[in-house]
Design a protein around this ligand. Structure first.
Ligand code: ZN
Length: 125
């Protein structure tokens, strides 16, 4: 898709909406491979080349999501990719698979998720 200011705004709006529904902090969104390459190296370490291959990449440690807008063919795929990456943010322990795909479908339909609580052996107060 052609990335213009309108589309940029639409994407950021959607990120805001879905982040709220998924109870996650709004990630920083990169929309071009150039932005990935311009990002601090430690943030995109090991994933810099994958940026070209995929529709989207999430960098969980840095709360950063790359959407390869120019490679994404249409609005539906864009929304799928966006929700896919945000589900990674909300369910960081979950690998791709049936359960993951189900959560993406639910997310696309407007489901809300309660905040992710890290399981820790150290009690937090
Ligand atoms: Zn994924």
């Amino acid at each position: 898709m052609k990335l213009d200011d309108d589309l940029k705004l639409q994407i950021l709006e959607k990120v805001g909406i879905y982040s709220q529904r998924f109870s996650i902090p709004e990630p920083v969104i990169l929309l071009t491979t150039k932005e990935v390459l311009d990002a601090p190296r430690e943030m995109t370490e090991g994933r810099r080349t994958s940026a070209y291959k995929y529709y989207g990449v999430s960098y969980l440690q840095h709360n950063l999501v790359f959407l390869n807008v120019r490679k994404i063919p249409d609005e539906k795929t864009l929304e799928n990719t966006l929700v896919h990456e945000l589900i990674h943010m909300r369910f960081p322990y979950l690998a791709h698979g049936k359960r993951f795909n189900k959560l993406v479908r639910q997310g696309l339909k407007g489901k809300t998720f309660s905040p992710y609580k890290k399981r820790s052996k150290i009690p937090s107060f």
